[in-house]
Design a protein around this ligand. Structure first.
Ligand SMILES: C[S@@+](CC[C@H](N)C(=O)[O-])C[C@H]1O[C@@H](n2cnc3c(N)ncnc32)[C@H](O)[C@@H]1O
Length: 249
């Protein structure tokens, strides 16, 4: 029970009293940046902007219940194949993917408020209706919130590297994590991993045999938009290590 409670704390239990399911952060980008203002804006019910700019599509999804798997029909306005971006940062990859495939749905998972806000603003500016942001821990989302067999592609692009030896136990990719991603994917679902850390990459590769994934060519990735961190690494001339996997069983 202790473990369960702690995981739920990570999932921002404080928000369970909020019943509004979808919240729009587009208003935030047009206003002051102070935490207090942001707090008030985040807690205004939709549609209270008066004669301010009209609210386009809602972007951040706030589950009414963090104890149950998401009902994807509540999350997105239209049904479609689901792709998730685990640690989506400022949402540049997420939104660019959503623009390329408007018939698919894109869910970004990110724990940092500022980055969720940037991603929401980016999605609103792009006027995409197939993007939602969920501010929650990645591990919690893949273990408990994203329904089993629901996701056609999971992208884990440049997860926090934790390069120091003593911090490496904080790295997100473990055998449990790989199993949780496997759980959410549909059969033949795609798991797309990239990192700039060679030792992290090697440790991820070691987890793949007997995980229910097979390695496939990374050629498809050439069509993917660049992420913000990828651009930084490319500019710095840093090598990028990629793994493309498909769920087999
Ligand atoms: C290095 S950045 C990469 C961002 C983006 N994928 C890119 O390539 O530009 C890693 C992102 O994952 C987020 N993140 C790291 N660990 C997380 C966790 N456990 N739960 C949710 N988000 C996490 C960080 O806040 C950060 O935005």
């Amino acid at each position: 029970m202790a473990v369960f409670v702690s995981a739920l704390a990570v999932a921002r239990l404080a928000k369970t009293t909020v019943t509004t399911k979808v919240r729009n952060l587009d208003m935030v980008r047009t206003r002051s940046d102070s935490s207090w203002d942001l707090f008030h804006e985040r807690h205004q019910p939709s549609g209270t902007l008066g004669d301010k700019e009209s609210v386009p599509d809602a972007v951040e999804f706030v589950p009414a219940n963090y104890f149950a798997p998401l009902d994807l029909t509540d999350v997105f306005p239209r049904p479609g194949l689901l792709e998730v971006d685990l640690g989506c940062g400022d949402g540049s990859f997420l939104v660019a993917m959503a623009q390329k495939a408007p018939d698919r749905n894109y869910l970004g998972i990110e724990r940092m408020f500022g980055r969720v806000r940037s991603a929401c603003a980016r999605a609103s500016r792009a006027s995409v209706t197939n993007v939602r942001l969920l501010r929650v821990e990645i591990s919690y989302a893949v273990k408990y919130l994203i329904p089993a067999n629901s996701t056609s592609a999971a992208h884990l692009l440049f997860p926090d590297p934790w390069p120091k030896k003593r911090h490496q136990r904080r790295r997100i990719v473990t055998a449990d994590f790989v199993a949780a991603v496997h759980r959410i994917l549909v059969p033949d679902g795609f798991f797309n991993v990239a990192t700039d850390q060679p030792d992290y990459f090697a440790s991820i590769c070691e987890l793949i045999p007997n995980s229910g994934f097979r390695e496939v060519s990374t050629e498809r990735n050439a069509d993917f938009p660049l992420t913000t961190f990828q651009k930084r690494f490319l500019t710095a001339g840093a090598p990028i290590y990629r793994l493309a996997l498909r769920k087999t069983v």
